[in-house]
Design a protein around this ligand. Structure first.
Ligand code: FAD
Length: 503
């Protein structure tokens, strides 16, 4: 297996498990971009033809990432839940930054109290900044406090959640792959889910509701997408948690939220992020923005991105004499761009089937903070679901109201399009610099609100007007980049947002 991997992946912090996982993610993502769908993953049948089950619960969860937090909330509300994952539950291959105020949603949702949550906080910063490369001078640097300023130990959080979940009577099955689901088309809500373990033994679980938390490559999200791709945008992201950078390279009190160090090359504008973690550890990410359409013959690859990461890391942070990578962090972070069509299409639900986390991908298409987006909606989504379960009201349209979609994020896909290079090396940086100037002008309160997905319509319009003042050519660029149809969609997104505010 190791033969065709680049040398940088043959040494620690990678091991056989992470190498195999990266290969599986790359292969799965390539299949997704080609529009290949596993056959008969989802069947809609009359209640009388549902298959017999080996076990019955109220809610069955496929995938043990953020869905574990959802399962914990529902278990605590008295529903019998079962969560399965093909890998270990409570392990993750990413870290999460958020703010203390946003994290409080986990307390509001009844999952933990603050003393328990404090045990999984790795670090909290005093400040943060964004900084963008300028080929003609020093980079533009803007302070951005109160954004992603709390680093969680993601594995510790999921381990804590699992402990609470099992203590509350939740059932965890590991090493179980999702294979197929049958959804009852009428009668009382009922689903049957077929899993298969490593020994190829199938099991069938019956429930009222199936929660799809299988991430960016979820076979259920593919099935629900119909003929199209499940996501419009993606940030292929890789990095490591490391320690031992040279003296002065890392300030443990400051989060480095978005940085560019050079111009775009080979149709990619690399963006860095760096977050102090626990002890002297520092988490570094490298990513770029892209769209999913038209990439079938040239798929994104995390393995290839790691080659760029290791080649370039020292241009971002110089290693010291005792430098060591501790663990890899990586993933394809997906985003759906439009709030398009009626509610069921927005949330990609079906009767008895709800998607959460990256399987739903309703996060901000600019910041891709999927954990924050999931957490923010958790208290409302789980309280509402409790009510829907009590009333057996699990039709697609009603389940769609639990979505983490936000009207104020809908128009942001436009800006995400400008973060893919448009023909010249400074194309992305020049717009990022203008954006940073606007953030500086509107001040830390409103710029932080923008990054925390809290922007109000008037502030959004003010940002756009300021952007146009700094960059009069932006309208021409928008027409060239989005086309007339894209511009119309953008206008529609803004009008729909306005309409929800006046309701
Ligand atoms: C490197 C990186 C850093 C990030 N940093 C931040 C951040 O700082 N703040 C933030 O808000 N967001 C961040 N994000 C985004 C955030 O991590 C994701 O949005 C979130 O983790 C999605 O979680 P998930 O549970 O939906 O998906 P995943 O974490 O992908 O979990 C899906 C689970 O489903 C299981 N599964 C998949 N297929 C099957 C199957 N067929 N059968 C059974 N099980 C299956 C998988 O094994 C996995 O456990 C980051 C993402 C990455 C990649």
């Amino acid at each position: 297996m190791a033969a065709s991997l680049p040398p940088c992946l043959l040494a620690p912090p990678f091991n056989d498990a992470s190498r195999a996982h990266l290969r599986r993610l790359d292969a799965g993502w390539a299949r997704l971009l080609r529009g290949e769908k596993p056959p008969s993953v989802l069947q809609r049948v009359g209640p009388a033809t549902l298959p017999a089950t080996d076990r019955d619960v109220d809610v069955v969860y496929a995938g043990g990432g953020v869905a574990l937090l959802h399962a914990l909330a529902m278990q605590k509300r008295g529903w019998q839940t079962l969560l399965f994952d093909r890998r270990a539950v409570g392990q993750t291959h990413r870290e999460w930054n958020i703010t203390r105020r946003e994290l409080d949603a986990l307390v509001q949702a009844g999952l933990f109290d603050w003393p328990a949550l404090e045990t999984v906080v790795a670090r909290e910063y005093e400040g943060g900044f964004i900084q963008f490369h300028d080929p003609h001078g020093p980079p533009i640097h803007v302070e951005l406090p109160h954004v992603l300023d709390l680093a969680l130990d993601a594995t510790a959080l999921l381990t804590l959640a699992r402990r609470h979940y099992e203590a509350a009577g939740g059932i965890v099955w590991e090493g179980q792959s999702f294979e197929q689901a049958w959804l009852a088309t009428d009668g009382l809500p009922r689903v049957v889910v077929q899993l298969r373990d490593a020994q190829s033994q199938p099991q069938r679980i019956g429930a009222k509701l199936l929660v799809n938390g299988m991430g960016a490559l979820s076979p259920l999200s593919l099935a629900l997408a119909g003929d199209g791709l499940p996501f419009d945008g993606v940030c292929p992201t890789v990095g490591t948690v490391a320690r031992g950078f040279a003296a002065g390279e890392v300030d443990p009190t400051v989060g480095e939220i978005l940085l560019t160090l050079d111009g775009a090359k080979d149709e990619r504008q690399f963006v860095w992020e760096g977050f102090p973690a626990g002890g002297d550890a520092f988490t570094t990410y490298l990513f770029y923005y892209d769209i999913t359409a038209g990439r079938a013959d040239n798929p994104h690859s995390l393995i290839e991105l790691y080659v760029d990461y290791f080649e370039r890391l020292a241009t971002y942070k110089r290693p010291g004499p005792d430098f060591a990578h501790l663990r890899p962090v990586y993933g394809f972070i997906p985003a759906r761009h439009h709030v398009d069509g009626p509610a069921p299409q927005q949330a990609r639900t079906a009767r008895g089937l709800l998607s959460v986390g990256d399987a739903a991908a309703r996060q901000n298409p600019l910041t891709f903070t999927g954990f924050g987006s999931f957490v923010r909606h958790l208290p409302r989504a789980t309280a509402q679901l409790d009510e829907l379960l009590r009333n057996d009201a699990l039709d697609a349209e009603t389940l769609a109201t639990l979505s983490a979609a936000q009207q104020n994020l809908a128009p942001l896909w436009v800006m995400a399009r400008f973060l893919s290079p448009r023909g010249y090396p400074d194309s992305v940086n020049s717009i990022l610099r203008d954006f940073a100037r606007v953030m500086d002008e509107i001040g830390p309160k409103r710029s932080a609100a923008f990054f925390r997905d809290e922007t109000a319509l008037l502030d959004y319009l003010a940002i756009k007007l300021r952007m146009a003042r700094h960059r009069p050519k932006v309208f021409g660029e928008a027409l060239a980049t989005l086309g007339a149809r894209g511009l119309a969609q953008w206008g529609e997104d803004i009008v729909r947002w306005g309409a929800t505010q006046s309701n």
